[in-house]
Design a protein around this ligand. Sequence first.
Ligand code: SF4
Length: 227
Amino acid sequence: MPVKIDQLEARQAKYTAIAPILEKTYGRKPFKPHDGMDELVSCILSQSTTDANRDRGFAALKAKYPTWAEVHHAPAAEFIDTIRPAGLANSKGPRIQASLAQIYAERGAYNIDFLQDLTPDEAKIWLQRLPGVGPKTAAIVLCFGYGMPAFPVDTHVHRVGKRLGFLPPKINANDAHPVMEAIVPPTEYYPFHLQMIYHGRALCHAQRPQCSVCPLQTYCDYFQAVV
Ligand code: SF4
C-alpha cells in the first residue's frame, strides 16, 4: 500500500547510520519459520499483556486442545477459562474462536499457509478481516510465520522508532507500519525489527531510558532534544 512519507530520505539515511550499530550491539538473528496458525493465535493472546502471560495462555491452550478444531468447537466459557493466564480472556476467547470459524469457512481447513502465495498487501488485507487482527498481528504472522516482507510495529518499535526519529512524534502504532516498511529494506525487516525490540528492552525503556550509555546518542532525536 504506497503511502507518502514525510522526509523519507532523511529517515532512510538515519536507518543507514543506525542499522550497523544495532547489529553490532545485538547481533543478527537468522530467520526460522514458525507455524502460521500458532503465530496468529499466540499474537491474539499477546494483545495488551506480557510475553510471559501470553506464553502461559498459549501453553494452556495447546495442552487442553491438541487440534484447532477442538479450539474452535470448545464451549466458549471453558475456552475462556483455559486461556485466562493470557489476560483479557473474555474478549480474546471469542476472537480466537471466531477467527478459526472464519478460516475454516473460507479455506475448508485450519491452515493459512496459502498466504505465502499472495502478495504481502493481499495477505495483510486477508488477515485483517479476521476478528481481532490489526496491522501488528497481520505483520507478525507474515514476518515471523512465513518470512514475508511485513514490518511489525509493537510497543517497543513504536517507542524507539519515535525517539530515534524514524517515526513522526505523534504517529500511532497502526499508521507506523507503512513508514517503517518504507524506511527499512525488506530483507532487513525481520532482523531489524528484533534489534529494535532488543534495544527497547535493554536501554530505551519506556520510563527512564538509559541514554548515558546508549550507542545511538548521535542519531537520536530524543537525545538531541531532551538529554
Ligand atoms: S539515546 Fe536514549 S532515547 Fe535515544 S535511543 Fe538511546 S536510550 Fe533511546
